[in-house]
Write a protein that binds this ligand. Structure first.
Ligand code: BES
Ligand code: ZN
Length: 449
């Protein structure tokens, strides 16, 4: 962050700030202050008081900028690992319960099964009543767990075949506890227990809680059908203060609201700070599901800002026509392949064109080190966002004008009253030459009108 913490940074700031136009300094420091305020609350994990305070902060800021706000709450079940491990041969190996696992703590023989947990693999060892160990890969976790259960195992340990910890989801109900171990901790088990099975204690301590999330929605009073929706998630993962992911995008959307306030463009936009993104796009999915389908279909675009506070290059992904609009708005932005890993996916899933603003990989992604961003990059992102909104609203106005209009008149012909209809394009007026009496609609605009 542009904070002067040493004498030379203070000196540099003293030289640089006066040469930046005062309004730019003010705006970027406003966004910087928003990020600092959100980060100061601690990790904004959905359902915690820090997240609730963040929603209150955003509500206050949008109101101060002249918008009406609404906090839309939603709930979802969340699986939590309270500390799971495998103890064998006097050693306790910490692991991660697979999401959806049964919570149980059996003590039994530990048997390594050669392979990845296919039904045939379990026939090669005596696994009835045992805790079995298999390698990750080839078949889904759920299939491994169900095959182990069918073979009579009382617990399953899956050893990661890729570097690092394995955070997995079963994606279905299982009747035994399932633990994942990193390759580093788990690989020796695959070798050792193949030779001499030992007794082991498996602990899978989990719970399922109902989480309440809060989307903060802001728009001008009376604006019920926006053309453009600007969104960013404000929640973060546990242990990460989420400066870049995603106080940065949240601050950009808020600053866009401040900059648009007082312009006619503000009549065409809604702003949403989404919650529950880190738990699987929960907030945006709830928002889209709750809205009427005609409302969702009426959106010309959803602009999502996620991780826009570090790295110089601004990347844009999503639907090609919108990527083209962004490139026309600013020639320095680069298209990138959208990974669909953020809230815009909830909108594209319903056919809404979306644009995803992102600045590339962050070494502090989901880590305690995600504590600061560069406010100048927030300001630069805001400028591009603003120009994209201008262009989208302008084209949607042209589209509205380009809608053919059907005019009807009743006319007397041969003593009887007939209805005449004409399809008129913008700028066209009623053409008597086209009005032969008819009961049917003229499908095409009248030629030569
Ligand atoms: N900000 C990230 C999305 C992201 C990650 C964008 C990397 C671009 C590159 C987001 O908050 C996130 O962490 N998403 C999850 C997936 C989501 C569906 C829960 C992720 O990437 O694991
Ligand atoms: Zn994230």
């Amino acid at each position: 962050m542009l904070i002067a913490s040493t004498w030379w940074q203070a000196a540099l700031a003293a030289v640089l700030i006066p040469i930046m136009p005062p309004d730019v300094v003010e705006r970027s420091s406003r966004s910087g202050a928003d990020v600092r305020a959100l980060v100061a609350l601690g990790p904004r994990v959905t359902g915690t008081s820090a997240a609730e305070q963040a929603a209150a902060y955003l509500t206050a800021q949008y109101r101060e900028a002249g918008y009406t706000t609404e906090v839309q709450t939603f709930t979802y079940p969340k699986f939590e690992d309270l500390g799971s491990s495998l103890s064998a041969a006097g050693e306790r190996l910490t692991g991660r319960a697979l999401s959806g696992s049964l919570a149980a703590s059996p003590t039994a023989l530990l048997v390594a099964v050669p392979g990845v947990g296919q039904p045939a693999d379990f026939e090669k060892a005596s696994v009835k009543g045992a805790i079995v160990v298999v390698r990750r890969g080839q078949i889904p976790f759920l299939a491994k767990a169900r095959n182990a259960t069918a073979a009579g195992a009382v617990g399953l340990v899956i050893v990661n075949s890729e570097p690092g910890e394995l955070y997995g989801t079963l994606g279905g109900e299982v009747a035994i506890p399932v633990l994942a171990l990193s390759g580093k901790r788990g690989s020796p088990l695959l070798v050792n227990s193949e030779q001499a099975p030992t007794r082991a204690g498996l602990v899978v301590d989990t719970r399922k809680r109902t989480i309440t999330g809060r989307n903060v929605i802001a728009h001008l009073p009376g604006i019920s059908r926006p053309d453009v929706l600007l969104g960013a998630h404000y929640d973060s993962v546990p242990d990460a203060p989420g400066a870049n992911d995603n106080a940065s995008g949240t601050a950009v959307v808020l600053e866009l609201a401040r900059r648009l306030a007082g312009t006619t463009l503000a009549d065409r936009v809604w702003f949403v700070a989404f919650d529950g993104e880190e738990d699987g796009l929960q907030g945006s999915r709830d928002f889209v599901n709750r809205a009427e389908s005609a409302w969702v279909k009426g959106l010309k675009g959803m602009l999502n800002f996620d991780m826009v506070g570090i790295n110089d290059k601004l990347l844009v992904g999503g639907s090609s026509p919108l990527v083209a609009v962004a490139q026309a708005a600013d020639s320095t932005v680069s298209p990138f392949r959208d990974n669909g890993l953020s809230d815009h996916r909830s909108f594209t899933a319903q056919g809404v064109p979306a644009l995803f603003f992102y600045r590339g990989q962050d070494p502090n992604y989901h880590k305690p080190g995600d504590t600061s961003v560069n406010p100048k990059l927030l300001e630069a992102t805001t400028e591009v966002g603003l120009e994209v909104v201008r262009r989208l609203v302008a084209t949607s106005q042209q589209d509205a004008l380009a809608q053919p209009l059907v005019r009807s008149k009743r006319m007397l012909a041969g003593g009887a009253l007939f209805s005449h209809h004409q399809v008129l394009l913008p700028g066209q007026s009623w053409n008597a030459g086209c009005s032969t009496p008819t009961w049917s609609w003229l499908q095409q605009p009248c030629a030569g009108a």
